[in-house]
Design a protein around this ligand. Structure first.
Ligand code: ZN
Length: 113
């Protein structure tokens, strides 16, 4: 149910932006979604279709731009791209790492008229 609340916020945000920019209808929402968030695009799409009637998003579709998880190891200084959100350097096995990208979750652009 994680995705329900973020999708609800997304629809609210898009409607506010549409009001601010005098848009009657939103066609396209480009969403940056980092793998580290654990949010599933399929679930977001599902809740979006459920929430969008009677909003300015009714005809909108979401373009997902997934951001891979990138970490940097403070020990061996190597950067790695991970498929799973792990706090472990695949090169040396140490846990002293920073997450450089993958936590993103924001609307990159909204198109409408
Ligand atoms: Zn390392």
């Amino acid at each position: 149910m994680h995705e329900y609340s973020v999708t609800k916020s997304l629809v609210d945000l898009c409607n506010q932006e549409a009001d601010k920019n005098n848009l009657n209808k939103i066609h396209k929402i480009t969403l940056k979604i980092g793998r580290f968030t654990g949010f599933s695009p399929d679930s977001i799409k599902f809740y979006f279709d459920y929430l969008k009637p009677n909003t300015k998003c009714v005809d909108a579709k979401i373009i997902f731009k997934e951001v891979p998880i990138r970490i940097k190891c403070h020990d061996c200084k190597q950067e790695s791209v991970l498929d799973e959100p792990l706090f472990l350097c695949p090169h040396c096995g140490k846990t002293d790492i920073s997450v450089i990208s993958g936590r993103e979750f924001y609307v990159e652009s909204i198109e409408g008229e």
